[in-house]
Ligand binder design. Sequence first.
Ligand code: CAA
Length: 241
Amino acid sequence: MARTALVTGGSRGIGAAISKALKAEGYNVVATYAGNDEKARAFTDETGIATYKWDVGDYEACKAGIAHVEEEHGPVDILVNNAGITRDAPFHKMTPQQWREVIDTNLTGLFNMTHCVWPGLRERKFGRIVNISSINGQKGQFAQANYAAAKAGDIGFTKALAQEGARAGITVNAICPGYINTEMMSTIPEKVMNEVILPQIPVGRLGEAEEIARCVVFLASEQAGFITGSTLSANGGQYLA
Ligand code: CAA
């Protein structure tokens, strides 16, 4: 029977590409989303991938949501922690709320989701956790003290958990995308994109969501069992970690 993969934030942007790529590989895929019902419905209509709504920053919601998914689709073997938000502001203007929202979703969300599937993975002696971090967790980024802190935290979380999961057949890896052509980029002023960001990318273009999805497919596979605790950069050469 096909393994079940759950992709958080899996109905839009990079997450949608990941959900589709995993489905094309034969996995039984479910996606979560936080807010946009209309987009999620359209995604399910287009792909046949079931979508579930909850906030990954809320532990009890994750627990109940995963129980519901597992009732309908069987145990989750592959978890892709992709859900992420930005609340960019120079630090002197950043509010405690902007800090909290980003930490809750982009860092605590990984704890919440992973903690709820972890006992089952340990029991079944198989699991794949793929955490979508960011180039900006590796190098820092102007106006992203919150986001860079969370994404750097995701890498530490990955390395610690890889050591705990290893003997139970669970791998835990991080992917650090660079600047990818998604809706998230629309918050960046055009001048900053053209004059600051694009000139820093040696391949001379933004990445495509499908290029990140290929990395997830690779790390989720049975054959990737010896790869754990690693950080895979996919950033067009912008930052060589
Ligand atoms: N690098 C260097 N300088 C930057 C910058 C950047 N990335 N972004 C903005 N600036 C500069 C602006 O050019 C401007 O400088 P000038 O005053 O000389 O024109 C100054 O910072 C803006 O200062 P303000 O006080 O006016 O800032 P603001 O309160 O209006 O905030 C902003 C504007 C939110 C910082 C906006 O410019 C912005 O969103 N910048 C992009 C930040 C960014 O790169 N975020 C990454 C998003 S992609 C992502 O997160 C996905 C991923 O994982 C890769």
